[in-house]
Design a protein around this ligand. Structure first.
Ligand SMILES: [Zn+2]
Ligand SMILES: [Zn+2]
Length: 207
């Protein structure tokens, strides 16, 4: 019995394992394509020099760390919330005030007088474009670096009065907008730009 176990050779990866690897690889390359590359080579070689490692070893360590990390949801200390890229809604206190300030609002498009049952708030410049002007910052989460927006900065832009107009729900142009994550969802820096020096990392910590 014991002998049998010892004799067992490492088997070829199963179909499921190969599919998983393919998915991971394609995810990584997609992240790479979305990102900047300037200075990354230099940065990796400097991390290698500090740690007394080869560049290959640094890259292998980064890959391991990169694949393990979870998307952070808040910055600590201070517990500031990180915007997920998904919750595209107006805060209730904001929309309540908006309609209180615009009691006889008409639809910007069809001019219909709006009622609580028909009204909505429309973004003049579609959110998919407007979101890109939201403040973003780099953070370190367990040794992996991300570019993120704070929830409070998301609200500042999403609820920017300059970009809003009343609309009836059927005319609201945002209705057909893209679903899923928007352009300011937490974004892992590509592997080649992952240059965390470890405990001495100067970036804000996120969890
Ligand atoms: Zn309308
Ligand atoms: Zn770091």
């Amino acid at each position: 019995m014991v002998k049998q176990i010892e004799d067992k050779k490492p088997s070829r990866p199963s179909r499921a394992e190969r599919a998983q690897k393919k998915l991971t690889d394609s995810k990584l390359s997609r992240v790479d394509k979305r990102s900047r590359t300037r200075g990354s080579k230099k940065a990796i070689s400097s991390v290698a020099e500090i740690g007394g490692l080869s560049e290959k070893e640094v890259k292998a360590a980064l890959l391991k760390q990169f694949q393990k990390s979870k998307i952070p949801t808040k910055i600590v200390p201070g517990n500031k919330k990180i915007y997920s890229g998904k919750s595209r809604t107006f805060e209730k206190k904001f929309s309540d005030k908006y309609w209180k300030d615009n009691p006889n609002a008409k639809c910007f498009k069809c001019n219909a007088l709006l009622t609580p049952a028909t009204r909505s708030i429309d973004h003049k410049v579609p959110w998919s474009k407007y979101c890109l002007s939201t403040d973003q910052q780099f953070v370190c989460s367990g040794g992996t670096h991300y570019e993120v927006a704070l929830t409070e900065d998301f609200h500042d832009r999403f609820q920017d009065p300059k970009n809003l107009q009343p609309a009836c729900q059927s005319c609201n142009s945002s209705k057909g907008g893209p679903k899923g994550n928007d352009g300011i969802a937490p974004r892992k820096l590509p592997l080649k730009d992952q240059t965390c020096p470890g405990p001495g990392c100067k970036l804000p910590k996120a969890v």
